[in-house]
Design a protein around this ligand. Structure first.
Ligand code: S3P
Length: 430
């Protein structure tokens, strides 16, 4: 899909289903591969990123098939992976690359990893640092970028204090920790998403958690099993955004993941005046899931900074794009991490929102998007810079603008949510 025309909409109403959570799908696939025996993962994410993980696992000798949204994986056990002659291609997926680096650090053979042009520019030293300390050998382009070659073997357990809050780095260390005798412990500055910890328990590993840290015992015997992935809350947030932009809207977001390390965005929206209601909340395979109802209401807006940033890192594009529809606007600070995501998200948001006429001030660590008083957005030609979350955030902002917009390279939404546009069309009223 090259370009997509986006007509303004009046309202959005109905029930929406979401693809399986991207973060959880990667983790279930990797643990299923390292387990003994077969696993069946229902509602596996349709995201291109999660297909990249399955492709890499196949290259490492794992039988993995995806039919519809059911992934069936025949685990080879912790010691059963085989060297791939070809470079493992993580595509656009930072999670595939960083988590697999953790697994490959535990292998006595050498592997090469690469990805697309965006992924080849993203910082990898943060994951190399702890893996080198554990005993892996890594040769990377300029010491810090993909492509890189990684070889491991006799790893040693470490206690690692993470300088940046990153669930991907934490997960890479814990996965490598499966290959190191004793306890590998990670301390994190802010509690990041804990899907790997929960999944490790589901697959039978021993996990030790304390305030600010988590540890895994090496040599665990993981057992294959059946699991179901909750709907992706980070995808659902774009529909929440649309409902909060378009007056008269009312949506039911069905079966979404409500893991408390992911729901800070809901607390924030509620504090800004969003009427959100949870129903049918339950635990499934160690994860909290439920239905989320939202109605339109005017939002106050406000500032997002400090620890909140790490807790809603993937939701910041949508929150910034809500700015022009709020009373006070939205200001995001301490979010320099946004500059090293799939694109420089601060620059991409500032450019896209300004093109629609928003008043945006850009800072090194964030941006301030002026509220309603600065005027209504106008339709424009928008460039998401190949970044799925920028594409969806700008598309949603364009729904409330005056006049049609054109979104370039709209197919990039497939990285996390291939069904985004058809799902949106089903519930939009014009
Ligand atoms: C993810 C962690 C976050 C997030 C990314 C998915 C994960 O990245 O932005 O989309 O699945 O672990 P960081 O670990 O870089 O913060």
């Amino acid at each position: 899909m090259a370009k997509k025309a986006i007509a303004p909409a009046r309202t959005i109403a109905g029930t929406v289903e979401f693809p399986g959570d991207k973060s959880i799908s990667h983790r279930y696939a990797i643990l299923a591969a390292l387990a003994t025996g077969p696993s069946e993962i229902r509602n596996y994410s349709s995201a291109a990123d999660c297909r990249s993980t399955l492709d890499c696992l196949r290259r490492l000798g794992v039988e993995a098939e995806l039919r519809g949204n059911v992934a069936r994986i025949r685990g080879v056990g912790l010691a059963g992976l085989k060297a791939s002659r070809r470079t493992l291609d993580a595509g656009n997926s930072g999670t595939s690359m960083r988590l697999l680096a953790g697994v490959l650090a535990g292998q006595a053979f050498s592997s090469k990893l690469s990805g697309d042009s965006s992924l080849r520019c993203r910082p990898m030293r943060r994951v190399f640092e702890p893996l080198l300390r554990m005993g892996a050998e890594i040769h990377a382009r300029e010491g810090e970028f993909a492509p890189f070659e990684i070889r491991g073997g006799a790893l040693k357990a470490i206690e690692y204090e993470m300088p940046v809050a990153s669930a991907q780095v934490k997960s890479a260390i814990l996965l490598a920790g499966l290959y190191a005798p004793g306890w590998t412990t990670v301390r994190e500055p802010v509690r990041t998403r804990d899907h790997l910890e929960l999944a490790l328990r589901e697959f039978g590993a021993e996990i030790r958690r304390a305030e600010g840290s988590v540890g895994v015992q090496g040599g665990a015997r993981l057992e294959g099993r059946g699991l179901e992935v909750p709907g992706d809350l980070s995808a659902a947030v774009f529909f929440l955004g649309a409902a909060l932009i378009l007056p008269g809207s009312s949506l039911l977001l069905h079966d979404v993941g409500l893991n408390p390390t992911r729901t800070a965005v809901l607390d924030l929206l509620i504090s800004m005046g969003a009427p959100l209601h949870l129903a049918s909340v339950r635990m499934r395979d160690g994860e909290l899931v439920g239905d989320l109802a939202v109605r339109h209401a005017p939002l106050t807006g406000g500032v997002i900074s400090g620890e909140a940033v790490a807790l809603m890192i993937d939701e910041l594009p949508m929150l910034a794009a809500l700015g022009p529809y709020t009373e006070q606007g939205i200001e995001i600070r301490n979010a320099q991490e946004l500059r090293v995501k799939e694109s420089d998200r601060i620059a991409a948001l500032a450019e896209g929102l300004r093109r629609m006429g928003a008043q945006v001030e850009e800072f090194a660590d964030g941006l301030r998007v002026a509220g309603r008083a600065a005027g209504k957005l106008r339709g424009a030609t928008l460039d998401p810079r190949g970044d799925h979350r920028i594409a969806m955030a700008l598309a949603v902002a364009a729904l409330g603008a005056e006049g049609p917009s054109v979104l370039r390279d709209a197919g990039c939404v497939g990285v996390s949510f291939p069904e985004f546009f058809p799902a949106l069309e089903r519930v939009l009223e014009r």
